[in-house]
Design a protein around this ligand. Structure first.
Ligand code: MN
Ligand code: MN
Length: 470
């Protein structure tokens, strides 16, 4: 079965809508390089859209009505938003889920050192990366430093106009005869991913005058970095102990191609699904069923931890919301979860003609052919996958066809070449209908990933169709 390239199907109005949505998406990518930044950005938009924080509603003991819009944030790294529908929650809700963490390098807790006249921060990579892709490119530092007294210092260096950037060096080609003999996985080792942050030694002007002698101070470059950290951020070296600093590619989201049909940017896995998910929530009103959007952290490392999908955050939130609707008991909560439908949204691989042998051409997604539905993910014999059932898939086909949403059914790549997981299996444990769904990406997990504007648009349309009709 051959899918149409969806670009050829658009009229003027649709093309305008597509460009407006993608311009907003690119701004989101440019401004949100970490899960925390995504949460802050989306909270601002939600409040403009009339969403009210759940804790506030609990305090006021407010009774929720159809049409009410609620959100809750977990540890500044994940969030849930809901729009209450007319039907009782017990009958189930329609859920859009995606993750907002992306592969990167995290700064270690004791990171700062000097070697050979350069100051470095030591990193530990997060998620699956081809390490050789991350050297010699401009890098930015985003995150928080939390001091002992609870003060939080926001760090964001490398992305604003006029900011300096950081980098990881690579060996010059002239001396790389041995390095190039190594396997690609070993060309750049994990411990070699340390970022260079300075090279200029500290000079003590008073001392210089006094002893005239030009005595080189030990670790003077590190000392000058520490002085800058103190001056700019009121931060001591030991404050790295309680910091979360993420090293990400510097730079904005770009349009790619002469025809500007694609977007090239960092972090599109999985912000290319997170963005249309929360925006779809803004586009619907007067819903029959309650709609929900879950944006979680830690997917790239197994959905673990308090801010990952495996935590009780979602279940606890649903209990609170049912309670505020005056309709909570344990059995009703269980029924609500089991009766729900979910699109577990994550990126899929786009067919790459340069690596054609890695894909089954009939069962891979193509850029520009619409939203991707993935019946199963996993590796080897579908291991670790949530295999969506045919009945649910049939229903979704009906819904999307009715609204003329372009979609394609795909697998990641050829059988036994590898695989991947998503958050789908975690929600499926409640017994609800879940299918993997999302957007096709070229160069997935590389510093700059590529998507098609048309796929972003179709996915957005698909999500709206789903929360209205599922
Ligand atoms: Mn993902
Ligand atoms: Mn990923």
């Amino acid at each position: 079965m051959e899918n149409k390239n969806v670009w050829t199907t658009y009229n003027k109005r649709q093309l305008k809508e597509l460009e407006t949505l993608n311009a907003d998406y690119m701004q989101f990518l440019t401004e949100c390089k970490t899960e925390r930044e995504c949460v802050d950005y989306i909270v601002t938009e939600m409040e403009e859209q009339g969403y009210v924080e759940l804790g506030k509603l609990i305090k006021e003991n407010k009774t929720l009505q159809p049409g009410d819009k609620i959100y809750t944030v977990n540890m500044n790294k994940s969030l849930i938003m809901l729009q209450i529908g007319k039907a009782p929650l017990e009958e189930g809700i329609n859920i859009l889920g995606a993750h907002i963490d992306s592969p990167r390098m995290d700064i270690k807790q004791n990171p700062l050192y000097e070697d050979g006249g350069l100051a470095y921060l030591d990193t530990h990579y997060y998620g699956g990366i081809k390490k050789y892709q991350w050297v010699t490119i401009p890098l930015a530092l985003h995150g928080v430093v939390v001091k002992k007294d609870g003060t939080t210092i926001l760090i964001n260096v490398g992305d604003k106009e006029g900011d300096p950037v950081f980098f990881i060096s690579d060996l010059l080609i002239h001396l790389s005869a041995e390095q190039l003999e190594k396997k690609a996985a070993k060309v750049i080792e994990g411990e070699a991913l340390d970022i260079v942050i300075g090279s200029r030694p500290y000079v003590d002007e008073d001392k210089k005058k006094k002893d005239k002698e030009d005595k080189a101070e030990k670790e003077a470059v590190k000392k000058s970095i520490l002085k800058i950290l103190k001056d700019y951020y009121d931060m001591e070296e030991e404050d790295f102990l309680s910091a979360e600093l993420e090293v990400v590619p510097a730079g904005k989201a770009y349009e790619a191609g002469f025809d500007r049909s694609m977007i090239m940017a960092y972090g599109q896995d999985d912000r290319v699904c997170a963005f249309p998910s929360y925006r779809a929530m803004f586009a619907v009103e007067e819903l029959e069923k309650t709609a929900c959007c879950i944006l979680v952290d830690k997917e790239e490392i197994g959905s673990v931890g308090a801010t990952g999908m495996q935590s009780m955050f979602f279940e606890n939130t649903m209990a609170e919301v049912m309670n505020l609707c005056g309709d909570y008991n344990e059995l009703k909560l269980r029924r609500c979860l089991a009766n729900s439908n979910m699109l577990s949204s994550d990126v899929s691989s786009a067919f790459d003609p340069s690596y054609a042998s890695s894909f089954d051409k009939k069962n891979v997604a193509y850029l520009g052919k619409g939203m991707v539905l993935c019946k199963f993910t996993g590796a080897r014999g579908k291991s670790g996958s949530n295999d969506a059932n045919a009945e649910y898939l049939g229903k979704l086909r009906g819904i999307f066809d009715k609204d003329k949403v372009a979609f394609q059914l795909a697998e990641l790549g050829k059988v036994d070449l590898g695989g991947g997981g998503t958050i789908a299996y975690i929600l499926a444990k409640y017994g609800m209908n879940v299918i993997d769904c999302g957007v096709a990406v070229l160069n997935m997990h590389a510093p700059y990933e590529v998507t098609s504007k048309a796929d972003v648009y179709e996915t957005y349309r698909g999500y709206i169709s789903f929360i209205k009709n599922a």
